[in-house]
Design a protein around this ligand. Structure first.
Ligand SMILES: [Zn+2]
Length: 138
């Protein structure tokens, strides 16, 4: 079972915020990776939907990222995407489209101008919030 407590490096949070703001007003997305529930890397992936309301990974970039994870011996821990104008909570579409109960699901809301980042597990259509800590001195 995946841990209910995650860690993420401060600089990774900065990278996520920076990238997702660049994609605004469209949704941006990417993969989070690291070791032992500690996220040390963010890999942006172009949003094939090119939409403010949904995302799907561009397949070539997705495959390239999976290859990189293997090469760097990183675990795929989660995904992140932005909600440009809504709360950081999974939409009905998000829940229906997610099929990885063991991977964490991060959403960054840009609704209030700054990024508000929340993490969840989605299992059997159930949304389970996950606590996380930001490790600043990395
Ligand atoms: Zn969403």
């Amino acid at each position: 079972m995946a841990s209910s407590y995650l860690s993420i490096w401060g600089p990774v949070v900065e990278q996520i915020h920076h990238y997702l703001r660049q994609q605004y007003p469209k949704e941006g997305c990417g993969i989070l990776a690291g070791h032992d529930q500690e996220i040390t890397h963010f890999f942006p992936i172009p949003n094939l939907d090119d939409s403010p309301h949904s995302f799907s990974f561009e397949p070539q970039a997705y495959l390239e990222t999976i290859r990189q994870l293997r090469e760097l011996q990183l675990e795929w821990i989660g995904v992140v995407h932005s909600h440009p104008t809504t709360e950081p909570y999974p939409s009905a579409r998000d829940i229906a489209n997610w099929h990885y109960p063991e991977k964490s699901y991060w959403i960054c809301s840009l609704k209030q101008g700054h990024c508000r980042l929340s993490a969840y597990y989605i299992r059997h259509q159930q949304v389970i919030p996950v606590m996380y800590q930001i490790i600043v001195n990395r």
